[in-house]
Design a protein around this ligand. Structure first.
Ligand code: PEP
Length: 248
């Protein structure tokens, strides 16, 4: 069992409308209430449009809220963007940054992500920073090199490691049903701790990529894995809870 408090994060991406999102959040919260006290941190990251309503619904429950991305600035003429402080206003404690769908889908560089991490931490959020290799990088045996580079470049100099969580998300495993072997996940997590230096043992390192109720145990039984970041399987309350309760 990990020495660090475990964590299960739901990334709803661009799924969920007001009614369906509220139903899903309430169903998850009900299960979490029944399991009180939770021995792990449970975080829902809905689309920003749902955050306020879901935050109200989760009041008094052990479920926490997070955002999926934010801007580097506190405010300004940035049409369509949201600042970290705005997520704080909505009741968020966490924010996912550097997800591959931002890095590759929106061309975000590690340098930009580092600026976002700094802004989010300044606003008081705990940052969940994602790193991961592509299928080609895996085939070329470049995983270690890529992870080290992404991690070093995605963290600002003024990093507050107490407010840092790292998620190892191999890109080829996201939404594909494919997964690395648990021993390969362990190798990468150890490497992440090494890159983080002396604080490496205190930072939570999550795994993400096609986690389902049937494969979660294989990953979560590893000491090195402090929890999971779940995409598709977090859109069903029973399935998501079946994953989450493995940390209980
Ligand atoms: C993700 O998007 O962070 C993710 C892990 O997705 P999935 O669980 O669907 O692979």
């Amino acid at each position: 069992m990990s020495r660090r408090r475990r964590m299960v994060v739901a990334n709803w991406k661009m799924y969920g409308r007001l009614t369906s999102g509220l139903v899903l959040a309430r169903e998850i919260a009900e299960k979490a209430e029944e399991a009180r006290p939770l021995n792990f941190d449970l975080v829902l990251c809905p689309p920003a449009t749902l955050t306020w309503a879901i935050g109200e619904a989760l009041l008094g429950t052990p479920v926490m809220l997070g955002g999926q991305d934010c801007h580097t600035a506190t405010h300004g003429a940035y049409t369509g963007d949201l600042s970290a402080a705005m997520f704080v206003d909505l009741g968020c404690r966490y924010i996912i940054l550097g997800h591959s769908e931002r890095r590759y889908g929106h061309g975000e560089s590690s340098e930009l992500i580092a600026q976002k991490v700094e802004a989010a931490q300044l606003a008081g959020l705990t940052t969940i920073v994602c790193v991961g290799e592509t299928a080609d990088e895996l085939k070329a045996g470049e995983t270690a090199e890529i992870i080290e580079k992404q991690l070093r470049e995605s963290l600002p100099k003024k990093i507050k490691t107490a407010n840092l969580v790292v998620a190892y998300e191999p890109i080829w495993a996201i939404g594909t049903g494919q997964q690395p072997e648990p021993e390969d996940v362990v190798t990468v997590h150890k490497q992440i701790r090494k890159v983080l230096g002396e604080v490496g043992e205190t930072v939570r390192v999550l795994y993400g990529g096609s986690v389902t109720p049937s494969n979660a145990e294989n990953i979560l039984c590893e000491d090195e894995v402090d929890g999971v970041l779940v995409g598709s399987a977090s859109l069903n309350a029973d399935g998501f809870w079946a994953i989450a309760e493995k940390c209980q």
